[in-house]
Design a protein around this ligand. Structure first.
Ligand SMILES: C[S@@+](CC[C@H](N)C(=O)[O-])C[C@H]1O[C@@H](n2cnc3c(N)ncnc32)[C@H](O)[C@@H]1O
Length: 235
């Protein structure tokens, strides 16, 4: 394995407090549910087929990995958190999917040893890296993909101006209370996300995506200005 220089960040340390917490990991699928059918419909429209090579970066408990596996040739689930991967491994043992690989590594350390990927999928994970490292990570994603390959990126990214930031972030926090039921997101989770993680403005993220070797072909934003989704093609 290649030795990493001392200036490389520790991706486990920046993985997010909750993603290293066993209780959170085992509650995750209850807390956060991906609309896998909508995502699969999109990927199929973009060419996902039984011959596709796919990487799910920051796969977590593998919601998208398990949904995609029956529709592709091979999917590699990559995540830095041992406890999120423990949940994924448990599910994998029950699912009997022969075309799923798992790598405990990160955006900055995953070594893709298979043929260049047709798709890289990443949801709610890139924001764990500061902007400089998002660019390095996306450049590495570009190197994983074949020319014309697709990056499907979804994340918390702020679609508002600097002057709106405080009111928009307050409004986001106000959507939940501190005492939501056990096993649900709560206000403290949102506050922690804003304070301790690295979600950024879309007007910073989009140039980073393009500078990293992609053309953004589709972009959609939640009406509250908090979530962004992209289809970006490797150029
Ligand atoms: C909110 S979860 C999202 C999981 C999954 N993508 C989903 O949509 O359900 C964020 C995931 O990103 C992972 N993560 C954080 N930093 C990472 C990094 N540098 N490289 C890879 N995965 C990372 C965490 O361990 C966690 O599993």
């Amino acid at each position: 394995m290649r030795k990493h220089p001392n200036w490389m960040p520790d991706e486990v340390a920046s993985a997010g407090r909750e993603n290293l917490d066993t209780v959170h990991a085992f509650q995750y699928d209850q807390k956060e549910t991906l609309d896998v059918e909508t995502e699969l419909t999109l990927l199929r429209r973009l060419g996902l087929s039984k011959s596709s090579e796919v990487v799910d970066l920051g796969a977590g408990t593998g919601q998208m990995t398990f949904a995609t596996a029956p529709h592709c040739h091979w999917i590699t689930a990559v995540d830095i958190s041992p406890v999120m991967l423990e949940v994924l491994h448990r599910k994998l043992r029950q699912a009997h999917l022969p075309n799923v690989g798992v790598s405990q590594s990160g955006f900055l350390t995953y070594e893709h040893e298979r043929r260049p990927a047709d798709f890289v999928y990443s949801r709610l994970a890139l924001h764990h890296l500061p902007d400089f490292w998002k660019a390095i990570a996306l450049q590495r994603v570009r190197q994983i993909l074949r020319p014309d390959g697709i990056l499907r990126l979804s994340d918390v990214a702020y679609n508002f101006s600097l002057s709106e930031a405080a009111s928009k972030l307050d409004a986001w926090c106000d959507m939940l209370s501190y005492d939501e039921p056990e096993g649900s997101w709560n206000r403290a989770d949102i506050e922690e996300h804003i304070r301790d993680e690295h979600s950024t403005f879309i007007w910073l993220l989009e140039p980073i995506i393009e500078q990293s070797g992609f053309r953004i072909e589709e972009a959609s934003y939640s009406t509250d200005g908090i979530f962004a989704q992209y289809v970006a093609r490797a150029v």
